[in-house]
Design a protein around this ligand. Sequence first.
Ligand SMILES: *Cc1c(COP(=O)(O)O)cnc(C)c1O
Length: 376
Amino acid sequence: MEITDAVRKAAKTFETPFLIMDLDIVEQNYRKLQNAIPGCKIFYAVKANSHVRILERLRNLGSNFDVASIGEIKKLLELGVTPDRMIFANPMKREKDIAEAYRIGLRLFVADCPMELEKIAENAPGSQIVVRVAVENKHSDWPLSRKFGTDMLTAVDLLGYAQKLRLKPVGVSFHVGSQNYNPKSWSNAIENVAKIFYWVERNFGIELSILDIGGGIPVKHLKPIPTVEEIGQTVLQAVNEYLPNVRNLTIFAEPGRSMVGDAGILVSRVILRCQRGSEEWVYLDAGVFHGLMETIENFRYELVVEGKEEEKKMPFVLAGPTCDSVDKIYDDAMLPYNITLDDIVYFINAGAYTVEYGTNFNGIPSPKVYFVQDLT
Ligand SMILES: *Cc1c(COP(=O)(O)O)cnc(C)c1O
């Protein structure tokens, strides 16, 4: 998202830190993905940014939703999203939440191990099951394949076990890791998943019909990224090549970051600059506990300092406002040499996984969210 005049004006008017978002960009992102993979069912991963205005806009576009908790499910219900538009994609659900989700009407659950299937069979009998497999995550900034997903052989057994438990095994999901830079990650995953489709049919007579390609579509920060069109092409080619004979195949996608990331700018302000030994430190009113959690893994945003875009840059240690040493954003942020108190610092394309992680730590509230659509 561009630093428009409206954004600059907001930065001068509103108390920092805050996230400013453009709902039209969210809509464009949704439409682009829909066009890139025609017929694909989009399940927005609510955890990326669960602001009601974003959920409402996506609801109006006909989006479905990837939910991880009863809290997310209820929030969507209140917005009029029916349970048949949700997938309970968290592979580690509380039993009471499974039961509650079932009572509400959800019938589509993800699992990646036997105990989870047993929990679902007990609390959501007869539901549809998507089994999550772990795939190569090496081209991503946030690998997810250690905590989640089973191997290909076990996936075949799990789908058979689901059937034995009188559940309905319907598909396979994977996640190539969040912010993945290589479209091949998707085609490699699909090549492997196709073998599962084949083996469950051979071993158990199960015809799967859902290929869930997860999230992982990247947002532009410092490194070049493939377009959603390129990723869509790669996915479609892989499906044609490796799953040519599947009847009624539906592709699911669960984008989080790519729906909202480039629809927001985090606006913060310098509250202190000082020298510590040989290091120059700059402290902001936003930090790891207040919008910038992803930077603890050195996730890199483009930074712009208001009015000092053309100044010579030098390295600073950039930190947040709390009394915790974890609250350090970067060791080597390149910032204008003359950055000083009250300067505005923009974190570009920060609409995903920022305010969602905002805490009240140290009594400092999470950044507020404003929308370009509301500014005059
Ligand atoms: C977080 C998550 C996503 C969204 O991933 P992005 O990389 O943000 O697009 C999709 N699916 C599942 C199951 C997730 O947990």
